[in-house]
Design a protein around this ligand. Structure first.
Ligand code: SAH
Length: 238
């Protein structure tokens, strides 16, 4: 079973939102599992501290590599990648989430304070992943985002698996606009083509919209799409 193990100073934050809706139901049904390790349990002092002042001076506190390494080494990794959530990591992509969802799971390390002693990244095989170019107070919300992005891709977790293939980023484009009832909302109608029942025209319209939205909102994705053509699933795996 796909399993996420989270190393954190705040295990009480989990499962948190991961327990809700289809993702939570998937966990209850045994489609995926989550457990936490409290890094503080590996502290070597009576105060339970896991951090210390930065070598060379400066503000804040740094998580100690020796304590963190013991927390890491206590986890049965079972071929799961070790991932540290970090603003300097590789930006998380749908392709990476899909590759992780296809594997046995992941072990996530959540930083706090100013960050983590650099030597842990040299001493252990750790992949750093960022959830965006902004700074959070800790890795927990980032770990939840990563785990949720993976868990919803695990077969059986989402009711309608066919909808996954047309989503944003799949095929290198953002999603087309969606509509539902009522037919008219504050004077705005649903585009006629969607009510036409003509599947070919609907597919063409959606394709056009995906391209238009990607071109205007995300020139970076559009450029890549033009250069590479549609991204195929199998090419997406790292
Ligand atoms: N001083 C660090 C930021 C530390 S923030 C720096 O400038 O790079 C504290 C912790 O929050 C980090 O160790 C990391 O685990 C987490 N974090 C903050 N922003 C993040 C982001 N964008 N993506 C993933 N994790 C993040």
């Amino acid at each position: 079973m796909w399993r996420a193990t989270v190393l954190t100073l705040y295990p009480e934050l989990f499962p948190g939102p991961l327990d809700a809706s289809v993702i939570g139901r998937g966990m209850a049904e045994g489609l995926w599992a989550l457990d936490t390790v409290n890094i503080r349990d590996f502290s070597d002092n009576k105060y339970g501290s896991v951090d210390d002042t930065p070598a060379g001076g400066g503000a804040g506190l740094v998580m100690r590599a020796d304590i963190l390494s013991q927390a890491i080494d206590g986890v049965s990794q079972n071929d799961r990648p070790l991932i540290c959530l970090s603003p300097r990591g590789a930006p998380l992509t749908q392709a990476r989430a899909r590759a992780l969802a296809d594997g046995p799971g992941l072990v996530a390390i959540c930083g706090r304070f100013e960050g983590i002693d650099e030597r842990i990244f040299e001493a252990r095989d750790i992949e750093e992943i960022s959830i965006g170019d902004f700074v959070l107070a800790g890795g927990e919300i980032a770990a939840m985002a990563l785990i949720e992005a993976c868990a919803r891709l695990i077969p059986g977790v989402l009711g309608c698996a066919s909808s996954l293939g047309e989503e944003s980023f799949e095929g290198g484009l953002l999603e087309y606009p969606q509509y539902t009832r009522p037919r008219e909302f504050e004077g705005r109608a649903i585009p006629d083509v969607l009510l036409s029942g003509d599947h070919k025209r609907i597919a063409d319209w959606r394709d056009e919209k995906r391209k238009e939205i990607t071109r205007t909102r995300r020139p970076d994705l559009w450029k890549r799409f033009i250069a590479n053509g549609p991204i195929r699933r199998d090419k997406n795996k790292d």
